[in-house]
Design a protein around this ligand. Structure first.
Ligand code: CU
Length: 304
């Protein structure tokens, strides 16, 4: 690459030095190499993406899924890994110019929707079978309110791995970088379903129904899927009455230089006091900005 980069391992609980952000690592310069070494401690659906000039590097394809399998996973008939993305192309079909003011405000949303790098592909599933779909929203900014032809599915896991038990739904909201594991099927032979984003307004205007892919249901085969009602036990951090002891306010203000600034507790790039080991904070998160504000924790551990 002709420019520096760092690679962030989204969602993995790994040592800070290998977490791949500018905060913990000097950017890797053109021609340089850097070896990330870590052992992922949790099973789940993760992904990696650059954390330097990320909108452009991401849109040019520097990302991928990272699947960590546990020892005791539910057994389904098949698995598909679907990475959703949206490209912004100009009328000539080239990547549109990067870094417009609108993009810097609201994030870059594209006009071509991709699944695993292909525009609106045809996916296949065997009739009667039940699959695990690991879905990653690799869009820079788009929130995807995902539906599979209005058919019910089960949510098996999210960014934090398996849920305690599957949850039935007909749609799921995936903010940029979100992941979800679904139980999909069984469908009848010959069915044609749209994997699509339903209308959603994240504060930048309403988006209409948009297709990501078509799902074609092929000839039937019997299912041997086993989905236990208890997938795992998640110990609560607190029991009894929970009182927040920290407020995180997400807001924004107009700015002459940048158009709009996003703030945390009334500051740009807010630095909170470090959380001590063993300390329990219960956060009350309030978003008073006129736009959705997805975020995630860089939960890397510092080795001393
Ligand atoms: Cu990330």
């Amino acid at each position: 690459m002709p420019e520096p980069t760092v690679v962030h391992w989204h969602g993995l609980r790994i040592p800070a030095a290998t977490d791949g952000t500018e905060v913990v690592q000097r950017p890797i310069q053109p021609g340089e190499t850097f070896t990330y070494t870590f052992t992922p401690p949790d099973a789940g659906t993760f992904w990696y993406h650059p954390h330097a000039n990320e909108t452009e590097q991401l849109e040019k394809g520097l990302y991928g899924a990272l699947i960590v399998r546990g020892t005791d996973e539910p057994i389904l008939d098949g698995e598909q890994i679907l990475v959703l993305d949206d490209l912004k192309v100009d009328p000539k079909g080239r990547l549109a110019r990067f870094g417009t003011l609108m993009e810097r405000h609201n994030g870059r949303e594209g006009n071509v929707r991709l699944v695993n790098g292909k525009a609106e592909p045809e996916l296949a599933i065997v009739a009667g079978q039940i699959e695990r779909w690991r879905i990653i929203n690799a869009s820079s900014a788009r929130t995807v309110r995902l539906a599979i032809g209005g058919q019910p599915f089960q949510i098996l896991g999210t960014g934090g791995g398996l849920l305690e038990s599957p949850v039935e739904a007909t749609e799921i909201l995936l903010a940029a970088a979100d992941r979800v594991d679904l139980v999909v099927g069984p469908f009848a032979e010959g069915e044609l379903l749209a994997l699509e984003a339903l209308p959603y307004n994240r504060g930048t205007g309403e988006r209409q129904v948009e297709r990501f892919a078509t799902l074609k249901v092929g000839p039937a085969k019997p299912s041997t899927a086993v989905i236990p009602q208890c997938l795992r036990t998640i110990e609560p951090l607190v029991t009894g009455v929970v009182t927040p002891n920290c407020t995180i306010k997400l807001s924004g203000r107009m700015s002459l230089r940048r158009g709009f600034d996003f703030l945390i507790n009334d500051e740009m790039h807010h630095h909170a006091e470090p959380v001590k080991m063993g300390e329990l904070q219960v956060w009350d998160i309030v978003n008073v900005a006129p736009i959705d504000h997805p975020f995630h924790f860089l939960t890397s551990t510092r080795h001393c």
